[in-house]
Write a new protein. Sequence first.
Length: 321
Amino acid sequence: MSAVVALGGQVSMGPAAYAQDPEWTPGHGGQPPRPVSGATPEHPAHQTNMPPMAGMPEHPALVDVGDAPPKQEGAPFPGAIDFGAQEPFDAAGLMGDLCQRGPGRPIQGAFNNLTGDFLTRPAFVREHGNFAPQGPWEILRGQCHFPVLGGWDHPGVTRRITAVHQNLGTGDDYYELTITWATAFDSSTSTGFSFSKTVTDELFSTTKSRSRDHSWAWGVGHEINRLRAMLIEPCTEVWLDATPIERTFRVQPVFEVFDHRFERNEERMSEDNWRVAGPGHPFIFAPGFHIDGTADRLLWDSTPDLIISKRQRNLDDKLCA
């Protein structure tokens, strides 16, 4: 016979009941009734200063773009809890594991409250026999959201965009150099944790800036092949370099805890512990753990925004006529 205990406004099922829980899907049997939270991203009317969420195709995240990376001050949205401040392990590493599937996709598993190791439900059951709290292992279910912290423009890496052409004569030469450029995009995390391309595409393909002057080339390739006439002085060689103006958007994973089970002790049941955050669904995050999506900025006609520079180098006089 299983026990049901009320913890801080949340319903917690005893190990016996939890061990019999069927594989869980949202809205189907196996989970206790979920209380309605007053702080969910799906109900922004209950929140103030709610940031845009990446990865929401029906509601693109419109972001103001600045000239420098956003400064993170406090929680990514009101009510989110810095659970890393209360744990001995690497909270950012656990957030990476919890959010690796991307936005709005429920995940269930177990984490070790000493090491921060994470196992999905199937892996935990294989190792421990049933899906219930055991020693330092706590079990939880929830989903991730990705508030957008901000966006900014910055110069990218300069690279050569034409062949090198030499003028070995004694007079000026006019030559048409072929400019070649292909846009690029990439993502990175502040900790080196790697998210799949599928997840990063879902996050950043729906992130738009409020500025109408420029767009960005996330997920779409834009190539330039054009001619540019150049004056090449005697006994010199010439080429063109280009520096792209890039746009970066930064998101921070936040995990919404649907339900959570652990072996209780005095430390974990203290009033300021995130485990007993009160009614509703706690939102937890790790400060400093963010994902950046960077792509070339595009002009109004969808061509890359490039700073093109002419490079010239004198040749050895012995090579020239």
